[in-house]
Design a protein around this ligand. Structure first.
Ligand SMILES: Nc1ncnc2c1ncn2[C@@H]1O[C@H](COP(=O)(O)OP(=O)(O)O)[C@@H](O)[C@H]1O
Ligand SMILES: [Mg+2]
Length: 222
């Protein structure tokens, strides 16, 4: 199964989510996981490198791929339970290639105007890819949400904006927490750093909500 964590906005939490979901499925399903790093900045590759220096952390495989990666992903999909693609905005070709074969596409956005402004283009790209990949389940996930109760409205409004573009948005979100940064530096995940913490809960909720959505089978014109 191929999961693309993509989107064109830098800093929205793509690498962070890809890494934490990789650890989650490795733990929960004893799954054979491959991470594919399409970002020339190599955030996830560096994370894997930091991870490999700590023997207490179970190893996760990672490769770098750029550009026309469709066929590579299809053959890797046969050898792994989960192929998790971390695709930054720089490599548009890799992102579209991954969208053409992924079963799940998750696009993290912060509930901020500058992130939400990418929605029209994302919707355009997703609906084009859906024509060649009708099984694709695409969803936005809100990340780095403000934890203050007075800011709940901001999260709800962002969800409404996403839905106004006809896109799906997960109920589960991540809140802004230092542990995401702290675990990244150590090559770890929030689940490993604090298994019963709130961030670990968020990651489990996001992954479980996403994978509970069945792959779609037909392309409907609307
Ligand atoms: N929910 C969160 N709370 C706090 N910091 C976060 C959260 N999610 C991600 N981050 C941090 O934000 C920064 C950017 O995230 P990253 O995953 O690298 O973004 P992207 O891959 O989309 O460019 C990283 O330092 C990461 O640790
Ligand atoms: Mg990244």
């Amino acid at each position: 199964m191929i999961l693309l964590v993509g989107g064109e906005k830098g800093g929205s939490g793509k690498s962070c989510l890809a890494q934490n979901i990789a650890v989650h499925v490795t733990q929960k399903y004893a799954a054979k996981v491959l991470m594919v790093d399409c970002d020339p900045q190599r955030t996830t590759s560096d994370w894997i490198q930091a991870r490999n220096t700590d023997e207490s952390l179970p190893a996760i495989n990672c490769i770098q791929l750029y550009g026309k990666i469709r066929n590579d992903l299809l053959s890797l999909d046969e050898r792994y339970d989960y192929v998790i693609v971390d695709c930054g905005g720089q490599d548009n070709l890799a992102m579209r290639a991954a969208m053409s074969v992924a079963t799940y596409v998750m696009i993290p956005l912060r509930p901020k105007r500058r992130d939400l402004k990418t929605l029209p283009h994302m919707e355009d790209m997703l609906s084009t890819c859906k024509m060649v990949n009708p099984k694709m389940v695409a969803t936005i996930v809100l990340t780095q949400c403000p934890a203050l109760p007075t800011q709940v409205k901001r999260i709800l409004e962002a969800k409404e904006v996403v839905e106004s573009f006809g896109l799906r948005v997960l109920n589960s979100v991540t809140f802004s927490r230092n542990i995401y940064d702290d675990s990244e530096e150590k090559g770890s995940s929030v689940i490993e750093l604090d298994p019963s913490g709130k961030a670990a809960e968020e990651i489990r909720a996001i992954a479980d909500e996403l994978f509970a959505i069945p792959p779609e089978n037909s392309y409907e014109l609307n």
